[in-house]
Write a protein that binds this ligand. Structure first.
Ligand code: CAA
Length: 261
């Protein structure tokens, strides 16, 4: 794996790529150089045929404490507008492979938004989420106001955005922001996320990617369009060897072997 300055990249299990944000002194504040590396590493793992799913994590203390305030402080409207500030953050949402966020500690501002860009979020009981941008005289700029409305509805999103109050792992779980809170213990949430990613990576990758595409379509399409899109993808999978293998293996009472085509 390539050496990066602000992130670590490893392969902790078969088929799994792990990206760890690594700016401990700044609580993993998401500076432009960090995001550039994150995008590069994620794209590389997305292209790598030996990888089936990704995990993104931070440290025990912070997943990420937001966009880098010190970097933003003196920027003008023209700077951020002309340089399309934060536009490259959306690259994470364009990955074909599933990406799981394993969140411990602070996931604030852009950190919360980065977790929301991932396909699945697992949280440690120590996780603290929030959109505190209002306290800096701005609003979320990495998708928070939009993705939170989908996840938790308008009233809660409005409260969080306008008061800047943080919310806990327990709240995040009960609202459905995270799929579950993992039991206490250092590294536990990453361990669980890697296990989940390895399980996903052990499935037919064509089917996994189609499943991700279909679920994501629910954000963009009407119900009728989404149902048609899902059905067409389902039909399309009948052109794959993995569909033949999966269904034959069931009928023959044996374990299927995927060749991902
Ligand atoms: N940007 C830059 N540096 C940050 C940072 C950030 N978002 N968050 C923390 N740091 C730095 C601190 O400045 C500090 O650096 P120094 O040691 O050089 O002073 C270091 O990380 C440790 O932080 P604290 O001393 O503040 O640690 P704490 O435990 O007392 O507090 C915290 C932790 C509550 C998370 C606090 O650091 C904090 O409030 N951080 C900012 C959170 C925030 O407002 N995030 C939103 C950013 S705006 C945004 O994200 C816009 C968007 O929508 C994309």
């Amino acid at each position: 794996n390539k050496e990066y300055e602000h992130i670590l990249v490893s392969r902790p299990a078969e088929g799994v790529g792990l990206i760890t944000l690594n700016r401990p002194k700044a609580l993993n504040a998401l500076s432009s150089p960090l995001f550039k590396e994150l995008n590069e590493a994620a794209e590389e793992l997305d292209k790598d045929e030996s990888i089936g799913a990704l995990v993104l994590t931070g440290s025990e203390r912070a997943f990420a404490a937001g966009a880098d305030i010190k970097e933003m402080k003196d920027k003008t409207f023209v700077d951020v507008y002309r340089n399309r500030f934060l536009e490259d953050w959306t690259k994470i949402t364009a990955l074909r492979k599933p990406i799981i966020a394993a969140v411990s500690g602070y996931a604030l501002g852009g950190g919360c938004e980065l977790a929301l860009m991932c396909d699945i979020i697992l949280a440690s009981p120590t996780a603290v989420f929030g959109q505190p941008e209002i306290n800096l005289g701005v609003i979320p700029g990495g998708g928070g106001t939009q993705r939170l409305v989908h996840a938790i509805g308008k009233s809660r999103t409005m409260e969080l955005t306008l008061t800047g109050r943080n919310f806990s792992a327990v709240e995040a779980e009960s609202w459905g922001v995270v799929s579950r809170v993992v039991s206490e213990g250092e590294g536990k949430v990453v361990e669980e996320a890697v296990k989940m990613a390895a399980l996903i990576a052990s499935k037919s990758q064509v089917a996994v990617q189609a499943g991700k595409e279909a679920v994501n379509a629910a954000y963009e399409m009407t119900l009728a369009e989404g149902l048609r899109f899902e059905r067409r993808l389902f039909h399309g999978l009948f052109a794959t060897q993995d569909q033949k293998e999966g269904m034959s293996a069931f009928a023959e009472k044996r374990k299927s072997t995927w060749n991902h085509s």
